[in-house]
Design a protein around this ligand. Structure first.
Ligand SMILES: [Zn+2]
Length: 387
């Protein structure tokens, strides 16, 4: 087994479930054990590292390998999504059919293992002009992006995170993702007055009110967002994913809530997008009541393609050398990268595995891709210090 696959198997066997707002408990929940493993691994490799507590039991691990004046930031998240309904043992990595199976194998422990392995090789080889490398292993990417937010709370520089360029590990199938959409999620609530359904005209039905809101939101998407487009990413979008209301069929409901998922294009700002929906309802829906907007629980800005194309160019050259070609792409899912971009560090997303296997009931990653990604990361580190 190659050193990166050996490390990946170890990472997969360490459970690090993000409860994602649910009341999950048990040994496999939270990134606690992963943080301990990472800290011990970097110490054993002689690479200094520090912890940054985000929440009890949930620590970012930040390792720094000192080299030349140019600094590369590697970033990967420690958490994985819950394991309900999985058809394989999530924590017993299995190697079969050229794949490694298990929760997190693809998203995103493959990328983490590749980056760590490349860093270890760089330290051992210590080539002339090697860059400095900071590896940031964050918590809570899958739910509220609190790990990366904490790391850059004070801008670049806090916890020593200063870098000339960054690569975020996610399963991109070895494509260089230069931009992606953002997302903001929040609830809208309508209120009514409960009465017995036999006396329905004495009450106010919150579900019927919500019906008006839903129709107005659909009009907003069709008339406004569908024609708001980005050449690489397609159109902005609003989708209603959940609705809850009512307690029994013979009671007029006094409350109804929906959950909104709004996908953002570069240039759109999450809180302004919520305000825009509010303004649309006020101006176009002719409501005789005021729906309530709860604070968003997910705010993930879009990633705009970096102006400083050095990181794209250098990574493309490494892909050309190792893979024979490169592809620069734009995707619909969100990552930690916009927070890094917001700190003024040019950033792209790159890694082994496909988003189609991420979060799946039988998650796996191609062993060949993990090894190729590792070679790309290493080639990038060796060359980038010379540029
Ligand atoms: Zn991920």
């Amino acid at each position: 087994m190659s050193e990166v696959i050996d490390l990946l198997a170890q990472l997969v066997s360490i459970s690090s479930v993000n409860p994602m707002g649910r009341d999950l408990t048990g040994d496999d929940v939270l990134e606690t054990r992963m943080g301990h493993f990472l800290e011990a691994w970097f110490q054993q490799e002689g690479i200094p590292c520090q912890r940054q507590t985000v929440e009890p039991g949930r620590d970012n691990i930040i390792a720094h390998l000192a080299g030349g004046s140019r600094t590369v930031l590697f970033e990967a998240h420690q958490d994985v999504v819950p394991v309900d309904n999985m058809t394989i043992d999530p924590w017993k990595p299995e190697i079969r059919d050229g794949r490694l199976w298990g929760r997190g194998s693809c998203d995103t422990k493959a990328g983490m293992a590749g980056m760590m392995t490349a860093m270890r090789r760089l330290k051992t080889a210590a080539p002339a002009n090697m860059p400095s490398v900071t590896m940031l292993c964050v918590v809570d990417e899958e739910h509220q992006f609190r790990g990366i937010s904490k790391a850059f709370e004070m801008g670049a520089g806090e916890m020593g995170i200063e870098a000339d360029m960054a690569i975020v590990a996610e399963p991109t199938e070895l494509e260089i993702v230069a931009s992606h959409k953002g997302v903001v999620r929040w609830k809208i609530v309508t209120e009514g007055i409960s009465v017995h359904s036999a006396n329905r005209d004495d009450g106010v039905n919150a579900i019927v009110r919500m019906g008006q809101v839903i129709q107005a939101l659909e009009n907003f998407h069709q008339q406004v967002l569908r024609s708001r487009t980005d050449p690489a990413l397609g159109n902005a979008a609003l989708s209603i994913g959940c609705i809850r209301g009512g307690t029994s069929v013979n009671t007029v409901p006094n409350r109804c809530e929906i959950e909104i998922d709004r996908r953002l294009l570069p240039g759109e700002e999450p809180m302004e997008c919520i305000a825009e929906v509010h303004a649309w309802l006020t101006e176009h829906a002719q409501l005789d009541f005021a729906p309530l907007f709860e604070d968003p629980w997910v705010i993930s800005p879009p990633l705009q393609r970096t102006d400083d194309e050095t990181v794209i160019r250098q990574l493309a050259q490494s892909c050309d050398r190792i893979l024979g070609s490169h592809k620069i792409s734009d995707v619909a899912y969100g990552t930690d990268a916009p927070v890094i971009a917001g700190a003024g560090i040019p950033v792209v997303v790159f890694g082994a595995g496909s988003v189609r296997q991420a979060h799946s009931k039988d998650e796996w990653v191609s062993i060949e891709q993990v090894e190729q990604a590792t070679e790309v990361f290493y080639d990038f580190l060796v060359r980038v210090g010379k540029g």
